[in-house]
Design a protein around this ligand. Structure first.
Ligand code: HEC
Length: 186
């Protein structure tokens, strides 16, 4: 009996140390690993997923910039970034893709934007070292996902209204995407 208890504690400790924080709260802890698309012959499917990410990333950022430009004049106003998080949530609920706003500073506006797993920590490190894009292909169970993170820069003076201490051109954070790699055979 005591032996079983000890083994259970050991297993719990091992699970705690060897599993990474899930991306979404409702995602059950499944075995996740990063793979190379070349090794498993899914390059074409990954290329399609990358193109989709480029398109949605451009769309989100265009909205963020336009909303800031057209509506925001002082820091008490509703931020385009809060709005974009609501859109991310709606898209995720519909099963299109997952997107998360990521802070690259140690103390982002919202602690919820701190990196949450190995991928996001790697992305923040890469972006802080000067890269503007970071990606990995992740295998969860028997499904593949493209994880990518694109830098978010203070592209206009309007951004600095609410991000004091930053100037135009500075890195403010990233958007972290997770999109399923769909394979079609023709
Ligand atoms: C009206 C104020 C306001 C303006 C203007 C603004 N932001 Fe923010 N920003 C916020 C707030 C508030 C958050 C935290 C949102 C949250 O997660 O709840 C935030 C968060 C962020 C984050 C995530 C990192 C962090 O600190 O949490 C990025 C990246 C970001 N903003 C980029 C931009 C860019 C780019 C612009 C200009 C196009 C911009 N912001 C303009 C208020 C603003």
């Amino acid at each position: 009996m005591i032996k079983t208890g000890k083994i259970l504690i050991l297993v719990a400790v091992m699970i705690y140390f060897f599993t990474d924080t899930p991306v979404t709260a409702n995602e059950t802890v499944k075995k996740r690993m990063f793979v190379s698309p070349q090794d498993i012959g899914i390059e074409k499917a990954v290329e399609r997923a990358k193109k989709t990410v480029r398109m949605i990333d451009d769309m989100y950022k265009t909205f963020i910039v336009l909303v800031t430009k057209e509506y925001v004049t002082d820091p008490t106003m509703f931020s385009a970034l809060i709005l974009s998080k609501k859109v991310f949530e709606a898209m995720s609920k519909k099963g299109w893709h997952e997107a998360r706003l990521l802070g690259t500073d140690e103390t982002p506006h919202n602690p919820d934007n701190l990196p949450k797993d190995i991928f996001e920590r790697g992305a923040v490190e890469a972006l802080l070292s000067g890269q503007n894009y970071y990606e990995k292909v992740e295998k969860v169970g028997n499904k593949y996902y493209l994880r990518s993170a694109t830098s978010v820069i203070a592209v206009m003076q309007g951004c600095t209204i609410c991000h004091p201490g930053k100037k135009v051109g500075d890195l403010l954070g990233a958007i972290s995407y997770r999109i399923s790699v769909e394979e079609y055979f023709d």
